[in-house]
Design a protein around this ligand. Sequence first.
Ligand SMILES: C[S@@+](CC[C@H](N)C(=O)[O-])C[C@H]1O[C@@H](n2cnc3c(N)ncnc32)[C@H](O)[C@@H]1O
Length: 285
Amino acid sequence: MSNESGQASLRKTAALPPVDAAPGSHLAASTQALDRVPAGSATAVIVNLGCGTKTSERCINVDFSMYALLRRNSWLLPLATPVIGRERADRVRAMRGPVIRHNLARGIPFADRYADAVYHSHVMEHIPRQAVVGFQKEVLRVLKPGGVQRICLPDLEHLVRDYERSLAADDLTDTAAQRHDVSVAAMFEQCVRQEPAGVGRRTGFGPRLQKLVLGDARARGEIHRWMWDRVNIRTVLREAGFTDITVRSWNDSAIESWAATGLEVDGSGGEYKPNSLYVECRRPV
Ligand SMILES: C[S@@+](CC[C@H](N)C(=O)[O-])C[C@H]1O[C@@H](n2cnc3c(N)ncnc32)[C@H](O)[C@@H]1O
């Protein structure tokens, strides 16, 4: 699919709020990325969509968040730190590699057949269900033939099994009820959240300013719009045109030198997002 038609199909279906993408930013973002990864580069081109602060030098990282803005304008960071807090500021400082600020509801900001691999972690559950096939067609468009998409998602199957276990373990005590509430929250809290994570229950001027700067959780793309498991993900990937759809583990990938990105490793070398679903698929050759 061409850039034009990919974007048009996304615009038609996607209901994600446009946060930062100025007119023409699609082309501007493509140019920034191409500047950093010259044509004919020996290194595989890996795109990390919806990167948040989890970026890699081995990737071209894309997000529409405040973190991407601060990473691209580091002079703003000292001014922003009192508002966003030291922990968030430190996460921005730890970001590595090129970062493009772009709203994916406007399409993926790269030319057709640009990337050897496209990765996104805990992003697709934030896209409205009716826009997901359009998003997947965009991923297919920017991948080279034979290129790999790697997807990491909250695993609905795992959450439901956890919920069932919690129900079965109920012994009518308050402790069991509290534990059960945690397993219900794991499924639903992010679907209904309004305040940005971390500032919801705090009051006072600081938290109020933070909420103002960080914005409504829905506008920030923090809300879960759908949930995925190994069955429904297969359906949308097939519909978009992908083949070789395979469930993987967190440390197993068909992407060459994937481990070197460090994107799925936490500070102590373990799994960054435990209990996630990992799926890979290919653009047909
Ligand atoms: C749960 S975070 C995951 C961040 C990172 N990939 C990770 O695994 O830690 C979801 C990310 O998707 C980004 N996101 C959601 N909707 C987006 C959109 N329309 N365009 C660009 N980024 C988006 C958010 O800004 C956020 O950084």
